[in-house]
Design a protein around this ligand. Structure first.
Ligand code: FUL
Length: 511
């Protein structure tokens, strides 16, 4: 391995206040750093290559695929955004079964459920002491129900992680728009983080509007964060938070070039709020591509930056046109093929996929949604069943074993050298392939800027596919090629490239 002696010695730093990094003679990694005032672009790029995820960010990233459940008073009023003036008696599911939700998520391959414990209307799915506008005032279970508890328990049974969405915007609470509401919000957060076991993610929506008194709230985010860090230190804080970044669109399609290390200024909260999902007063979707700057972390942007942080992307999208269930959309559930396209365009582009499955008025995930989801999983299982690289006979022209690159761990990897950034191998038999999977060892930073995948046609190397960033995972689709010799060439890298996992596959015809 090409060891260089750069060290970025910074303490783990808060979101906005970041201190300077100093180069020192051993290798260490940090989750964020400020650039020295006189740093050259080349130095900044090298420093960015040594910024790594925190443990909680890495655990989160490894889940890849998670489930969003948007459920609440809107389900019963057939709306996307409520008003805060609804009659809580409307919340009356006839056959609610959170085990069906968790089993569906588990069977689909998802690793966590994120529940809308309170949406913008303010209706709470648990009997919060801070309001009467909750399940306690509904006929469901005679007002004795606690949906947050039910979901947390169903997750536990299925071995899924559990996460809470708590809308800072509250259209119902009389204190909203005053400093007192920050206490209310902290108390609600405390209820959620102390009564239901481990919480792995807290999701704060960017939507923010007026409350019942016509005032907008000034949120005390720093206070909310410290409550979360204290009560659930392993939970990531997403979207309006420092650990996980909203990709910038609700279409399901991430960027071709997705850096998890981005200039710290782009993570500034005010900026997140300005570029968040807030202006659609009716709750309709933002147009595809909106807020999707093509480039968040390129060298050209680093040149102007004062510092960088690890801030990975999450792609949130609904299986239906809306976030909430509407019977009129039963025929508009995304097809398995559309979901597969989203899979390649989110998980396959260095992002985590948060797919929304909104339960219906019965309190069940609708049959059409379950069907699409299970088909998606079945077809993808077929595609990724045979990794043609993974045979004992595969001969790699580098100092690495096939098992190192197929053991599903990041810390065993192929590493480039000063002389070569090429991973070439020969298979015992010819294979026809049209899918490529690469994972970078992000525990030592995201480094690869561009690469090409080639096959040997008997007389020369021919390009099959090429890509830019890799990060935690990159999947490429390309026209089928047949050969027994292939190679990956890393064309540009911020430091020695390290590939942890590798695969080549032939797609199922059903994709
Ligand atoms: C958006 C909200 O307006 C939607 O209602 C939903 O909660 C979605 C996840 O985020 O900003």
């Amino acid at each position: 391995m090409n060891k260089r002696n750069l060290v970025l010695s910074c303490a783990t730093l808060s979101l906005i206040a970041i201190t300077a990094c100093v180069e020192q003679p051993t290798e260490r990694y940090v989750t964020s750093c400020a650039f020295p005032a006189d740093a050259t672009t080349a130095q900044k790029v090298r420093m960015a290559a040594h910024v790594v995820p925190s443990k909680r960010q890495l655990d989160w990233q490894k889940m890849e695929y998670t489930c969003f459940i948007c459920y609440g008073i809107n389900t019963f009023t057939d709306r996307e955004w409520g008003t805060g003036k609804e009659d809580p008696k409307l919340f009356d599911p006839s056959a609610l079964d959170t085990d069906q939700w968790a089993k569906t998520a588990k069977d689909a391959g998802m690793k966590m459920i994120l529940l809308t414990c309170k949406h913008h209307d303010g209706f709470c799915l648990w009997p919060s002491k801070e309001t009467d506008f909750s399940v306690a005032a509904s006929p469901w279970k005679g007002g004795k129900g606690d949906l947050v508890k039910d979901v947390a328990e169903s997750c536990k049974k299925q071995g899924l992680k559990f996460a809470v969405y708590l809308s800072p915007w509250d259209m119902n609470h009389p204190d909203y728009g005053t400093e007192k509401y920050n206490d209310v919000f902290v108390n609600q957060l405390t209820e959620l983080l102390t009564q239901y076991g481990t919480v792995d993610e807290v999701w704060f929506d960017g939507a923010c509007g007026e409350g019942p008194n016509g005032k907008k709230q000034v949120y005390d985010f720093e206070r909310y964060y410290s409550v979360i860090r204290k009560l659930q230190p392993n939970a990531v804080i997403a979207v309006m938070g420092p650990d996980v970044r909203w990709v910038g669109t609700e279409s399901g399609y991430g960027r071709d070039t997705e850096w998890s290390v981005i200039p710290a200024s782009a993570a500034n909260l005010k900026q997140i709020a300005n570029t968040s999902q807030q202006e659609s007063g009716t709750g309709t979707f933002l147009p595809e591509g909106d807020k999707m700057a093509k480039d968040l972390g390129s060298s050209a942007l680093l040149e102007k930056a004062n510092g960088v942080m690890w801030y990975p992307s999450e792609v949130d999208v609904s299986i239906r046109p809306g976030w909430y269930y509407h019977a009129a959309q039963d025929t508009l559930v995304k097809t398995p093929q559309k979901l597969i396209d989203i899979y390649y365009s989110s998980i396959g582009k260095n992002s985590l996929l948060l797919l929304n499955l909104p339960p219906d008025k019965r309190g069940l995930i609708h049959e059409n949604d379950v069907h699409s989801l299970m088909e998606m999983e079945r077809i993808l299982d077929k595609t990724f069943e045979t990794n043609f690289f993974n045979t004992p006979q595969t001969n790699i022209a580098s100092d690495v074993a096939v098992s190192d690159l197929t053991d599903e761990t990041l810390v065993t990897y192929w590493s480039g050298t000063d002389n070569s950034n090429e991973l070439a191998f020969t298979l015992a038999n010819e294979a026809t392939v049209d899918r490529l999977m690469i994972q970078e060892n992000i525990t030592e930073g995201q480094r690869i800027e561009s690469f090409v995948f080639e096959y040997w046609n008997g007389s020369s190397w021919v390009e099959a596919a090429k890509g830019t960033t890799v990060g935690f995972k990159r999947l490429l689709r390309f026209a089928p090629v047949t050969s027994n010799r292939f190679r990956i060439v890393v064309l540009e890298s911020r430091d020695t490239p390290q590939i942890s996992e590798f695969g080549i596959f032939k797609a199922s015809k059903e994709e």
